[in-house]
Ligand binder design. Structure first.
Ligand code: MN
Length: 244
């Protein structure tokens, strides 16, 4: 199995090295990741400038760094390596649940794989400064990858999030009822008004969602699709609202 690994935290993130080490248990590994952090860049690509593809030194792994976005990296990685079986993205320094799925560069790398017809799995966890290391998480990450890589799941795209101290694994749906993005006014050192677009904690969670699972110390696996069509809306609107 050929496993292409990327992320949005940059090629030298400890999360990517931990993921690459685990992935070698499942197949041949190559890392292609951004030069610098690209968190919250979402699905951005760089169509108006050239991209460079340079070798990087990440432990024993074949690794390349790209002056582009996570999506650029996946596109280049798939271009330079024939028959990639799966793209793993992460392990992100920070969770990607709920509406973060719209902004996440980690998930975007996995989505970019799916757009190319390659399976994509995004993996995120609280930042390593909080967790200390990945030791507690790794047995769970191994079980997740064993299931997703060897048992032929239906979905081509999965979003996986790990709590600091997991006690189990569960299937979830994306939590979308509440949005955690808020504009927070602040003052700069010159007393001028500035604004943060910050993600603030949300009160209350819907059972069965990714956000709920993490609160229960469960690893969350959400199968995702690329089709954004609101099927119910399409069925009802096209029946009721006519253009003549
Ligand atoms: Mn990130």
């Amino acid at each position: 199995m050929r496993i292409l690994i990327s992320n949005d935290d940059g090629v030298f993130s400890p999360g990517i090295a931990a993921l690459a080490k685990l992935a070698t248990e499942f197949g041949e590994v190559r890392i292609v990741a951004p030069d610098f952090e690209q968190s919250s860049m979402g699905q951005a690509i760089s169509p108006s400038r050239p991209l460079s593809y340079r070798r990087a030194r990440i432990g024993p792994f074949e690794a390349f760094r790209v002056n582009g976005t996570p999506s650029d990296c996946v596109a280049l990685g798939i271009h330079h390596w024939e028959r990639v079986d799966v793209v793993l993205s992460g392990i992100n320094q920070g969770l990607n649940v709920g509406n973060a799925c719209w902004h996440s560069g980690t998930l975007a790398a996995a989505k970019q794989a799916a757009l190319f017809g390659v399976r994509g799995i995004a993996l995120s966890a609280p930042s390593i400064e909080e967790s200390g290391d990945y030791d507690l998480m790794m047995p769970f990450a191994r079980r997740v990858l064993t299931t997703l890589l060897t048992q032929k799941p239906m979905a081509q795209l999965h979003n996986v999030n790990f709590p600091l101290t997991p006690r189990g694994i569960t299937w979830t749906k994306q939590s979308v009822r509440h949005y955690d993005g808020k504009i927070v006014p602040d003052k700069d050192p010159y007393d001028r008004l500035v604004y943060w677009f910050a993600a603030l904690p949300i009160e209350g969670v819907e059972p069965g969602t990714d956000r709920w699972a993490l609160g229960e110390d469960l690893v969350s696996i959400t199968p995702l699709r690329l089709d954004l069509t609101d099927q119910q809306g399409l069925a009802e609107d096209s029946k009721r609202l006519k253009f003549d």
